[in-house]
Design a protein around this ligand. Structure first.
Ligand code: SP5
Ligand code: ZN
Length: 363
């Protein structure tokens, strides 16, 4: 089913460098699989938005220090340099490992209460920053990671300058990346960077609404103790067996001064438009109560019914309705997160942005 959208006027911020990241699959349960976070995701979205008439703007470059606004410099430096170290260490040429993948993790079980150390071996050190085996690094990864962050920052700047809506076509996605660690196909947290850029530009209260099918554990971790950036997410219930497994439960409500500014609304596998939109409406109410002056939308379209990575059953019309609700809340920076069904990806993103445009007009 296709949804009527009309001409899309929301600017699309994009960098072709986002295509340089080729994770080369993911290691899932010990086996390397093809993986679904592929460069073609970005090209099909771009084509759909361009066909709908959207203006495309280049992502502006930013100083590396801007990335330290939500990430530990050690994580940023690790990501910037790990491929070169891996190659120089002979992991490719001598051992046939064509991507960076961790194999030992400094979990509480391993450290047994002792402080961690920084491993001497490159292959030991990777597990200090990467918390799963699905988030591979290859030769062009850093350029793309950086470009995605630049796109999100540029889209936030458009809103800070008075724009009503903008969209950053980020790839790789970001919401699973935390202050000092990465995973879930995410490396740097594009949405968190956008939210922090808005705060820095003088927006007093910001809200992040995350409609990706998975919980954005990284974004939650970054803002968990803060009252000025609300985080709310609707996602498939991790308690029903879904990634990220350890985070995203309803009782995670924020801590200290951030108490009450974090909201998780998990859904049972199989939930479709009605149940999903009820949660989106609940998050929208929360955001009004929070008094947010600008919104960052973590726009994952993997809740789509045909998506291979989630059991939610949301239609393109459902996403358009969500866009309309959120567009009515105030200025919105939409940041691309997940969404893996290549045939329908463009239609879903377009439907959401068209809904946002409609919601903003009715505001
Ligand atoms: C940004 C985002 O949507 N990240 C999603 C990461 C969730 N990946 C979970 C992967 C589970 C393994 N994939 C199963 C493939 C079965 N062949
Ligand atoms: Zn997702």
């Amino acid at each position: 089913m296709s949804v009527e959208v009309g001409e899309l006027r929301i600017p699309v911020v994009w960098s072709p460098d986002c295509l340089l990241h080729e994770p080369g699959g993911e290691v899932w349960l010990g086996l390397r699989e093809t993986g679904t976070e592929v460069p073609e995701r970005a090209t099909v979205i771009l084509r759909a938005l361009q066909d709908a008439g959207a203006p495309v703007l280049p992502a502006r470059g930013h100083d590396i220090a801007e990335l330290y606004s939500v990430h530990h410099p050690d994580l940023v430096r690790h990501l910037a340099g790990i491929w070169a170290e891996w190659e120089a260490g002979g992991y490719v040429s001598e051992h046939g490992r064509d991507r960076v993948v961790p194999y030992v993790f400094p979990t509480a079980a391993m450290l047994a209460g002792r402080p961690g150390r920084v491993p001497a071996a490159v292959h030991g050190r990777v597990g200090l920053y990467c918390y799963d085996t699905m988030t591979l690094v290859g030769p062009g990864s850093w350029e793309a990671i950086r470009a995605a962050a630049d796109a999100a920052l540029t889209a936030a700047e458009l809103i800070a300058a008075g724009g009503q809506a903008s969209y950053a076509l980020c790839r790789p996605p970001g919401h699973h990346a935390g202050p000092d660690g990465y995973g879930g196909s995410c490396y740097l947290n594009n949405a968190a960077l956008a939210a922090q850029a808005l705060r820095k530009a003088g927006v007093g209260r910001v809200a992040i609404i995350d409609i990706d099918a998975h919980h954005g554990n990284g974004t939650q971790a970054i803002f968990y103790g803060r009252p000025d950036v609300y985080y709310g997410s609707v996602h498939v219930d991790p308690g029903a067996g879904w990634f990220p497994h350890y985070m995203g439960f309803a009782d995670e409500r924020g801590s200290g001064p951030g108490a009450g500014a974090n909201r998780n609304l998990p859904l049972a596998p199989g939930a479709g438009d009605d149940r999903w939109l009820e949660k989106v409406a609940q998050l929208s109410e929360d955001v009004r109560r929070h008094g947010a002056e600008a919104i960052v939308l973590s726009l994952g379209v993997d809740a789509a019914s045909d998506d291979p990575e989630s059991p939610l059953q949301v239609t393109a019309a459902g996403y358009r309705a969500a866009g309309e609700l959120i567009g009515g809340l105030g200025p919105v920076v939409a940041v691309q997160e997940g969404g893996y069904d290549l045939p329908s990806l463009g239609e879903y993103v377009l439907a959401t942005l068209a809904g946002m445009q409609l919601g903003a007009a009715a505001d």
